[in-house]
Structure formats: C-alpha cells, structure tokens
Design a protein around this ligand. Structure first.
Ligand code: NAD
Ligand code: UDP
Length: 339
C-alpha cells in the first residue's frame, strides 16, 4: 500500500487535522456535512458552483479560519489542490426538477465531475466518498432494496440523466479503486430531508411543507400510494462520516436511509396535521418513471458501520417545518401542536 495513504480510521478520535474537500458543500446535505467536519476539528474546502446550492447555507461558517469556499464547476478540471486527505463528492443537482431542467449538464456534472475529482483524489492519495443515490435502483422490482440489487432504470427517460449519471459515477469510482488502488467509499443515499432544503426545489417534503405553511393546495402526484423512506439530514450526515472513517475494506456500495416506508399521501396528511394547515390535498398528474416504492435494506450499514438512523419522522418534519416557517417570514412556533 502507498505509504502516503492517510489512515482516517482516527477521524473521530485523536487525529483532528485532516483536510477535506466537500464538492457540493454549499448544498443542503453538503452544508450540514461541512459544519460537522468543522465541529470535529478538521479543515474544510467547500467547492461549489452554486447551481442548486446557496452561499447562505455556509455563510455562518465563514468566520472559521479552517473553512474556505472555492467557486468551481466540477465538469471542468479543478485547481491543482494538494494536502487533501479526503474528498466527499456531493456535487450534483438532486431534485427531479433541478436535474430535469438541465439534463445534459447533469450528466456532465456526474460523469466528468466525478472523473475530475477522482483524479484529484489520486494525485493526493486521498480517500474518496461518492454520494450516490437510491435512484440507481430505478423503479425497483426488488423490495426493500439491498445493495446487491442491480436496479431497473429506464436509460432513455427524463430521469436517466441523473440515474445513469450516478450509475456511471459509481462505475468510475470502482474503476479507480481497481486501477489506481484508490481508497473509495460509495454511499447510496435514500430520500433525505431537513433544514436548508430549498423551498422551491420541488421535492416532496419541501413542496408539502411550503404549501401547507402558505395555505396552498398540497399537490399529491397521482394517487399518492407510491412510497418513499425519509431520512433526517443529521442521521444521514452521521452515516457519511462513519463511512468515510471506516476501514479501507469497507468500500460499499452501502445504503444510507431510513427504513420507515411512508406513502406520499400519508406524508401529505402528516404535514397538514403538523402545521395545522387549512390546505386542501389535491391530486395532480404523476411524472413519468416516478418509482412506485423505495425502502432501503440497511443491514449492511448496520453490520459494517454500526449505523442506524434514530430521528423519528415526526421530529424531523417538525424541525424542517420550523425552518421553512422562519425563511418564509413567519415566526418560529412549536410545530406538532395542530388543533
Ligand atoms: P443540493 O442540490 O442541495 O446540493 C448539491 C450541491 O452540488 C449544490 O450546492 C450545487 O450547487 C452543487 N453542484 C451541482 N452541480 C455542480 C457542479 N457542476 N460543480 C460544482 N458544484 C455543483 O442537493 P442535496 O440534496 O444536498 O444532494 C447532495 C448530494 O446527495 C447529491 O449528489 C445528490 O445526488 C445526493 N443525494 C441526495 C438525496 C436527497 O434526498 N437529498 C438522495 C440521494 C442522493
Ligand atoms: N411528489 C408529490 N408531490 C410533490 C412532489 C413530489 O406527490 O409536490 C411525489 C413524487 O412524485 C414522488 C415522491 O413524492 O413519488 C418523492 O418525490 P421527490 O421528488 O421528493 O423524490 P424522488 O422521486 O427523487 O424520490
């Protein structure tokens, strides 16, 4: 093994001076990850082109001299940075509306971007963690989804830019492991929610929370019988950190998500109740290729990382609704006390 490879099994222990590059660090999940890495005492380079992320997400970190922001599009070769111990690659639009509005750009970001960051990791002998997605399973025919399932993806449909882009990114990551002996990790993230989601990004939790708070119709796609499994962002970030500091033999892919499966119509009712909203629940047409079910099998994450999410859906939703209430101009109130 290359003697310059840094053993980050001590990430949460004695070694507090690692330098991490977080690509997509100004996004929803990325900003929470940057925050946690700084809390652990590490240096963080947040690299982002602000396509779907926002500088406001990391503005509160700007006073920390261990934190810096680099504005850069990963589809172009990155600056020749050195001294990096680990790279988290979260750079990609994540909501169907965001990736559907720029499908070619989404492929470029996921394929060229991942390639460029893998080259940077190789030059630094840095550990590399890829933020992959449950979308690699497509509209799954196996339920719940274990990592051994190869998926059911439409390669030519409107979601393909993201699904196939992420699948190709996984391929690149494992090719760099085989060809460059790179120390790699692949996390397959299932629907994650929490504060700092964009109110307008079109995802179900943000849409329903904003609609409920504004008294607008809550737009259920189709019957709402389709299911998702929602993970609170703090739990997810803990899983990403545990994966990054896991032994080299633990490469994944590894599912990170909350196995509590919820029909979309139940989520709508729950959010309406938590906000005490007068909103009507309305049914609108369902997007093409919208997966029918989603639930992670997290046995591997439990066994290999000792990770399991522990934030209850209601608790996570209450915190998220409070966040939206603040940014939409209302004053914070105790959510969950619906009449
Ligand atoms: P997000 O859109 O908030 O964050 C993505 C970040 O990447 C943004 O800051 C954006 O500006 C940045 N970015 C996009 N294209 C870029 C480019 N070409 N160069 C540099 N930066 C770029 O989304 P998120 O929900 O925080 O997702 C983060 C990662 O996790 C994504 O890779 C996403 O695919 C993955 N993921 C998220 C979920 C989820 O439910 N949130 C589920 C599965 C996977
Ligand atoms: N959805 C919905 N109403 C909305 C937004 C989304 O019913 O206003 C549905 C969507 O069709 C899907 C589920 O909620 O069945 C989750 O959608 P999201 O975009 O959050 O995540 P993904 O489809 O990527 O899992």
């Amino acid at each position: 093994m290359d003697s310059t490879v840094i053993d980050m099994t001590t990430l949460a222990g004695t070694r507090l001076d690692c330098t991490f590059l977080v690509a997509g660090g100004a996004g929803f999940i990325g900003s929470h990850l940057c925050e946690r890495l700084l809390q652990h005492g590490h240096r963080v380079l947040c690299l982002d082109n602000f396509h779907t992320g926002r500088i406001e997400n990391v503005a509160h970190l700007s006073g920390n001299d261990r934190f810096s922001v680099i504005e850069h599009d990963v589809a172009a070769p990155p600056p020749a940075l050195r001294g990096i111990d680990g790279i988290f690659n979260l750079a990609s639009p994540a909501s169907p509306i965001a990736y559907g509005s720029d499908p070619v750009g989404t492929v470029r970001t996921n394929v060229l971007g991942t390639l460029h960051l893998l080259e940077l990791a190789t030059a630094n002998r840095a550990r590399f963690l890829q933020a992959s997605t449950s979308e690699v399973y497509g509209d799954p025919l196996v339920h719940p989804q274990p990592e051994t399932y190869w998926g059911n993806v439409n390669p030519t449909g409107p979601r393909a830019c993201y699904d196939e882009g992420k699948r190709c990114a996984e391929t690149l990551v494992f090719d760099f492991q085989r060809s460059q002996n790179l120390d790699i990790k692949v996390a397959r993230i299932f629907n994650t929610f929490g504060p700092r989601m964009r109110p307008d990004d079109g995802r179900v939790v943000s849409n329903f929370a904003v609609q409920a708070l504004q008294g607008a119709d809550i737009t259920i796609h189709g019957t709402g019988a389709q299911t998702r499994s929602f993970c609170y962002v703090d739990d997810l970030v803990e899983g990403l950190l545990m994966l990054m500091r896991s032994p080299r033999a633990v490469a994944g892919p590894i599912n990170l998500g909350n196995p509590l499966e919820t029909p979309v119509k139940d989520l709508a009712q729950l959010i309406a109740w938590l906000t005490g909203s007068p909103s009507r629940l309305v049914h609108v047409p369902r997007p093409q290729d919208d997966p029918e079910v989603r639930r992670p099998d997290i046995e591997r994450a439990e066994r290999e990382l000792g990770w399991r999410p522990d934030t209850h859906l209601v608790e996570g939703l209450a915190r998220t609704i409070n966040y939206f209430e603040q940014i939409l101009g209302g004053s914070e109130r105790k959510v969950g006390a619906a009449e």
